[in-house]
Every structure is written in C-alpha cells, then in structure tokens.
Design a binder for this molecule. Sequence first.
Ligand code: 4AD
Ligand code: MG
Length: 430
Amino acid sequence: MKTTISEVYKFVDQEITIGAWLANKRSSGKIAFLQLRDGTGFIQGVVVKSEVDEEVFQKAKTITQETSLYVTGVVREDKRSPFGYELGVTNIEIIHESVGYPITPKEHGTEFLMDNRHLWLRSKRQHAIMKIRNELIRSTYEFFNERGFVKIDAPILTGSAPEGTTELFHTKYFDEDAYLSQSGQLYMEAAAMALGKVFSFGPTFRAEKSKTRRHLIEFWMIEPEMAFYEFEDNLKIQEEYVTHIVQSVLKNCPLPLKTLERDTTILEKVKAPFPRITYDEAIQLLHEKGFDDIKWGDDFGAPHETAIAESFDKPVFITHYPTSLKPFYMQPDPNREDVVLCADLIAPEGYGEIIGGSQRIHDYELLKKRLEEHNLDFDAYKWYLELRQYGSVPHSGFGLGLERTVAWISGVEHVRETIPFPRLLNRLYP
Ligand code: 4AD
Ligand code: MG
C-alpha cells in the first residue's frame, strides 16, 4: 500500500510503502536508523540487519543525505517518538542518489543558509514554520468566511500610494508610471461599499531601507474592510480574529510547535478581550520605564514597542495616535482634532506591531483637504474620493502582516524564516 507519512497512523502493524528523502541517518554494524521525510511529515525507519536482505541493509548503511527513495516497512506505534510511529523497514528502492548535499546536520551560518534557501526549506525547522504559516492562512479564510466576508483580490500594479510615497517601488507601465502595491486598502474600501465586509490577502511591497528582524521588502498582508464599522467595532473583530488564528495553531499544529520548542503557555493566554492603551498613556508608560527622550508626537521604534508589550501578557492595542504620524485617510477623533481613530496591535515578547488599522474618513471635503495637506496627486485618487460622493458611510479596516504574526506565534527570531523566499534589503536570490 503506497501512502504518506501523515497517513501512517491508519496502517499500524501493516506493511506500507512511502516515497521519501533521507534527512539523516545513524547506523552500527547491526542496525540503521533512517530519518525519513516526505513533505507531509517525518518518521524514523529502523533497518535491522538480521531481519532484511543483506543488499537492503547495505543500502541503508550507505545512502546519502537527501537521496530519494521508496521505503517499504511495517508501521509500529512508538511511544518515545514525538510523532508516535516508526517504520520497521523491509525494503529500500533508490529513486535518485543525492551527492554532496550542502546543508549537513552541523551548524551553518545564516548567509549560507539563506543562499541555500531552496534547499534549507527541507529542514525540520523550516517545515514546521511553513506548516504554521499555512495554518494561519487556513484559519484566516475560515474566520472571515464564517462571518460573511467576501475575499477580494487587490491589484499589485497601482497608480496610488496609501501609506505614503517614500517607500514605493517604481516601475513603468508602458508609457505611464506605476508602483508595486504597498497595501490593498483603498481598493478594499471600494469593495466594502459593494459587498459590505471584505478581505484581501496578497503580497505587498515596501522599499524600506530597514534591516531589522521585523522588516521584509515583500510581505503578505491580510486586509479586512467593513462598511458601517466604527472604531470600536474594528478593535473587537481584530481581537476575535487574532484569538481565532492563535488558538487554531495551538489546536492544529502541536508537532510544529514542539519542533520549534515554542513556549505555548504564553499563546494559551491569547484570548479576547485584549488590553488597550492610548498613545498618550503609552508615552507616559515609556517615561515611567526610563525612556526620557520620547515626547508627544514621536513615533515608536522597536525598543519602545517591546517595552510597552512587556507590561501586558497579551497583545496590546495602542490607540489614538497623533494625526501627524499616520496616513491621510484616518478619521480624526471627534473629541480631539490632533489624534485619529486608529489602533496598532503590538504582539508580546518583542515581536512588535502585527496590525495597523483605523476608521477611515468618510466625509468628502475632509478627505480632499487631507489629500491636499499630504501633497497627493488628485488625479490618482479621483476614484477614491468618489467613494465619498455616492452614499458614503462610516467604515473601518485593518492590515495584519502575516510574516510578523508567523514569527511571533512560532517564536522565531527573524521574519526571514517565516516566508518561503524572503526579499530583504540585500537579498533577491534565490
Ligand atoms: O501599518 P501598515 O503600514 O498598515 C497598512 O498598510 C494599512 N493600509 C493596512 C490597512 O488598514 N488595511 O501595515 C500593516 C501591517 C503592520 O502592522 C505589519 O504587521 C506589517 O503590515 N508590515 C510589515 N511586515 C513585514 N515587513 C514590513 N516591511 C512591513 N511593513 C508593515
Ligand atoms: Mg503601521
């Protein structure tokens, strides 16, 4: 019976065949332990010299790392392995011999591993991170579909810049100028007026000259947008959403979390409601923590966000930032002109901002004034302004950065490991 490692539990005490690669091996004169992987999982194959043909045992002893194989064996329950099963090997058929695989079980430097990203992805650790990334995507679709949201695809090539013009990738679009999308938000606002509750999920691009553990040049964002949602409604759905994806990973990815040695007690506490502090309170908190230099009107850097997050055991919303720090489209606080109805969600344990969101300006004149103040080209935003001319309604939305969220939930230090092929300041290969 040909099957996969993920399905072996159905065949206890039966003989099966799997297609696999040799990840690692240990052997003595009498027994060989093969660490096998097939993409769906990892299993140990045990080859006992006295129980197989001499030719099979010789193959087991000499096969090289990453050689592809068909392995036949009897599935046994194995209480000692985290996976719970092992394979008593009866036959090995080599498909393709791997010679000189560069990533050996010894330690390698980051640059070397990044140069070999196309191969590094095969490692147990990277496999675990990609499984968690996939679970976040799956549970995102589940959450929004269950709540009547419609998935809408935003364009990648655009003529307008939602998050400011300094970080745009420029390209030619025949004779016109175009930019790679830095956010699908403006298009989601149009879609929310057509479909009520929508979300996009796609790649976004920022030509940021930042070389930190939180910055990618190309990253994936989930951007929900909801008609008739005001500031408070927006925060509520965000905390429900983050609770859902964290609890889904805990439930559906126990093995990847174990592989990554993730301390899950912190994740178990991640349940709505989340604490909230205003920007004003955050400044005060930072002063109390000894950040004397920061003053009202300054943006928070990574050390500030980390210090604020340390005061809470769940993600924390920082709300009501100064208008001057945020993009043109955010709705001002009706009680206070100098702050906007926005919130950033800061993850625990130093992972920083994972969500940025706000209520949007729905008044035509105010939005026009803001575009002027930001020196933005009216022609490019004509369609966006028109959304405020034909039955404009209060609406809100947010963007969750997938890679930062994967990094936090996986407990992985740097976002470069959370996307299959990272685009970084100095990396476009492979
Ligand atoms: O805060 P940002 O810039 O917000 C927006 O783009 C809004 N238009 C979203 C919306 O309201 N629809 O980005 C949102 C999130 C951040 O909180 C962060 O998680 C992630 O995107 N992000 C990055 N992730 C990796 N590398 C970068 N360079 C990132 N820049 C933002
Ligand atoms: Mg932001």
